[in-house]
Design a protein around this ligand. Structure first.
Ligand code: AMP
Ligand code: GLY
Length: 427
């Protein structure tokens, strides 16, 4: 098969990596790709993900069997609807289903219809009514811009004043543009966060290995929120009992509700959860794999990934036995100095050749660029170093050994990835 992956981050490198292992692959393409992806796929750094027309032409010229979008933006903008009109298959949700991530108000409405547990909420398109609601409810309270905001649109507020300021920034100053036309205001939940990701053909679903992300920049979950500084899989917080609850109370009802509306959801569905007293509550849905969760999850799947995607597109997911490898994976993200704020690019990355000698270590590239035989930094999150081993402590040790061999000027990484799991592990 001839496959096109869209995106250029660590998640897309992980997708390309598992596809490149498939016996069904004839040729792999990636738009735009990155330095690491260019070693296993033909990449096209100059084609924009916003140009659906160019992507459609590309698919026709290269006889692409199907397209796998990595990030949310093209899905939310309707790339599936566009390409399918041109006769090109896409592994991902249609525009309506993708609004489960693209509009927090839409997600809340679907959750309410499906009876899915989530924080109590109200939706406002008028800032004075939103402020009056905050005055009435008091703090703590959470204010969320409705649309996509590159992960920056959520304000968890400890005081009413902070919440009012957040409403002003989102709805009046329009710091996120049109994404701030509406806000969702909801109660603050206190618990532990976990991600639960499934693959679905719209009728049935299979859970991927569980995982947990580390969103804050610094150790002990301090510092600003980032796209994610590391992940591990499996997440022992998610016990078999909790898995059943999540599937029955969250995943199945959402898939059923969208199917009933005439929009069976195809692709990866990601539930961002807060576990409160062993009960799952949905904080958000994403219409894609997580990044860096994918870098810990995908190497632990023991199926031919391309075959899995193909059967899902054909509506035959029920026939698949999704197999999870024993052991664990830990992914440590190495970022540029200054991330998630301003950072410099173009720093030479050294030591990758040493890590390539290690077994069961995969270096997924995010913001990198290959020039000649050398790699240079080209983004905020630069690398995701994934190690596989028999359990989480051994995978942590191996991942950090690999990280210690890699160097670029200003490299920053957390030293405590995976440690959250320890309190759930039997000693
Ligand atoms: P979201 O994009 O909706 O997942 O929100 C981003 C982050 O904000 C989450 O990962 C949580 O850490 C936090 N958050 C969102 N909603 C709530 C809530 N209702 N209560 C507490 N924290 C929240
Ligand atoms: N790691 C969080 C996300 O991908 O949204």
């Amino acid at each position: 098969m001839r496959i096109l992956v869209l995106g250029g981050g660590g998640r897309e490198h992980a997708i390309c990596y598992v596809i490149s292992k498939s016996s069904k692959l004839e040729k792999l393409f990636c738009i735009p790709g990155n330095g690491g992806i260019s070693e296993i796929a033909q990449t096209f750094p100059d084609i924009s993900l916003n140009s659906f027309e160019k992507i459609a032409d590309f698919c026709k010229e290269n006889n692409i069997n199907f397209v796998i979008p990595g990030p949310e933006e093209p899905l939310v903008k309707g790339i599936k609807d566009y390409l399918e009109k041109e006769g090109i298959k896409v592994f991902g949700p249609d525009k309506l289903c993708a609004q489960i991530e693209g509009s927090k108000a839409f997600a809340k409405e679907v959750m309410a219809k499906a009876g899915v547990p989530t924080a109590k909420f109200e939706i406002f398109d008028d800032s004075s009514k939103a402020k009056a609601y905050v005055e009435k409810m008091g703090a703590p309270i959470v204010v969320k811009a409705d649309g996509l905001c590159a992960g920056k649109g959520v304000f968890v507020c400890d005081t009413k004043e902070e919440a009012i300021k957040a409403i002003e920034k989102i709805m009046e100053e329009k710091i996120f543009g049109e994404s701030g036309n509406k806000v969702v205001i909801e109660e603050k939940l206190v618990g532990e966060e976990a991600s639960y990701i499934v693959i679905t053909d719209g009728y049935t679903f299979k859970a991927l290995p569980t995982s947990q992300d580390h969103k804050r920049l610094l150790d002990n979950d301090e510092g600003p929120n980032t796209g994610g500084m590391g992940a591990y899989s499996p997440a022992p917080l998610i016990t078999p009992e909790l898995r059943t609850k999540i599937e029955q109370k969250v995943i199945a009802p959402i898939i059923k509700t969208l199917e009933k509306e005439g929009h069976p959801y195809l692709g990866f569905l990601y539930a961002g959860l807060m576990i409160v007293n062993n009960e799952p509550y949905v904080l958000e849905f994403n219409c894609r794999l997580g990044d860096p969760e994918a870098q810990a999850i995908l190497p632990r799947i023991d199926n031919d990934f391309l075959e899995l995607v193909e059967l899902t597109i054909e509506g035959k997911l029920a026939e698949v036995n999704l197999k999870e490898k024993d052991g664990a994976a830990v992914c440590v993200v190495m970022a540029s100095k200054g991330y998630p704020g301003k950072y410099e690019k173009g720093k030479k990355i050294e030591g990758l050749d040493k890590v390539s000698q290690m077994s069961d270590v995969i270096v997924f590239h995010a913001g990198t660029k290959k020039v000649g035989d050398e790699f240079y930094t080209n983004g905020g999150r630069v690398l995701g170093v994934t190690a596989l081993d028999k359990d989480i402590p051994s995978a942590i040790e191996k991942a950090y050994k690999a990280v210690s061999l890699i160097n670029f000027e200003g490299a920053h990484y957390r030293k405590d990835i995976g440690k959250k799991a320890f309190k759930y592990l039997k000693t």
